[in-house]
Design a protein. Sequence first.
Length: 195
Amino acid sequence: MRIFNRILIAILIITALTLAAGWTYQRVAEHLDDQRYPPPGQLFSVDGRLLHLHCRGTGSPTIIIEQGIGGPSIDWNAINDRMAVTTRVCDYDRAGMGYSEPAWRPTRAGDVARNLHALLAAANIEDDLVFVGWSAGGLYAREYYRRFPERVKGMVLVDSPHEQSLERMPPQPSNQANLDRLMRNYHLAQLAGCD
């Protein structure tokens, strides 16, 4: 029994040391990345976390870029730079994305709209807004308009779904039906000599 206890204690110590080493490595790597790749814009405190906003160009209205799910603000840099020749263009990272600090709970569309409104106020952006909503960003742009219609003067939606898309789509086949279809296609491809 003593040998078993010693082995168990050794495993626990090794596990704790491995976790501590991983945590330390992650923190050091994040710090080095922050120094090597600083945010191109500014960080503003919104709802207890820092959110990244990058504006360029001058003029009004201000174009606000709403990225799709998983898209950081830098995704559209080349396009934003071209639009900035005409007017001010601002892209930002939602909580937990890009250069912004993490969100500690799921972020709903209403939260995104409120956070963006507070971010724009913190950055003293008070002129009219035109949204460019890409993919799920279109849902967030429409939610912002629903809550703050007086600020929004226009909107461009790029491959954006409608809020009722899931309700209007026909039911999806079960996972088993999808698996059966994939296996049938795989066997047909093998019979045809495809890899």
